[in-house]
Design a protein around this ligand. Structure first.
Ligand SMILES: [Zn+2]
Length: 106
């Protein structure tokens, strides 16, 4: 994923509209690219921060954004685990079927 793709995804990330797969790629890029992290911070401030300030609530930009990124990372990790688990379960099913069929033929 490049900076242009990441930039397009920022509003989708902030409104929780990215698929798990896209969010995984998005987080990998943002965590390694200072420019995209800065752009994310700016857009977060504009989109989320302004509405929070209008409501008169206090706002800690870095802390709140880090919390959002941490939660997103947890979600992606859960998805990766379940995706990996379903793959392993599928392989076990196929191997079991192959063993059963072999036993039936013999
Ligand atoms: Zn970038």
């Amino acid at each position: 994923m490049n900076c242009k793709d990441t930039d397009r995804m920022i509003p989708l990330f902030l409104t929780n509209q990215l698929s798990n797969k896209d969010m995984d790629k998005f987080l990998c890029h943002v965590n390694t690219c200072d420019e995209c992290m800065e752009e994310l911070t700016i857009q977060y401030l504009v989109m989320i921060g302004s509405s929070v300030l209008e409501e008169g609530k206090s706002f800690d930009l870095r802390k709140d954004l880090n919390l959002l990124l941490t939660e997103a990372k947890k979600k992606v990790n859960r998805w990766r685990f379940l995706y990996g688990f379903s793959y392993v379960a599928e392989v076990i099913t196929i191997v079991s079927m192959a063993i059963i069929l072999t036993m039936v033929v013999i």
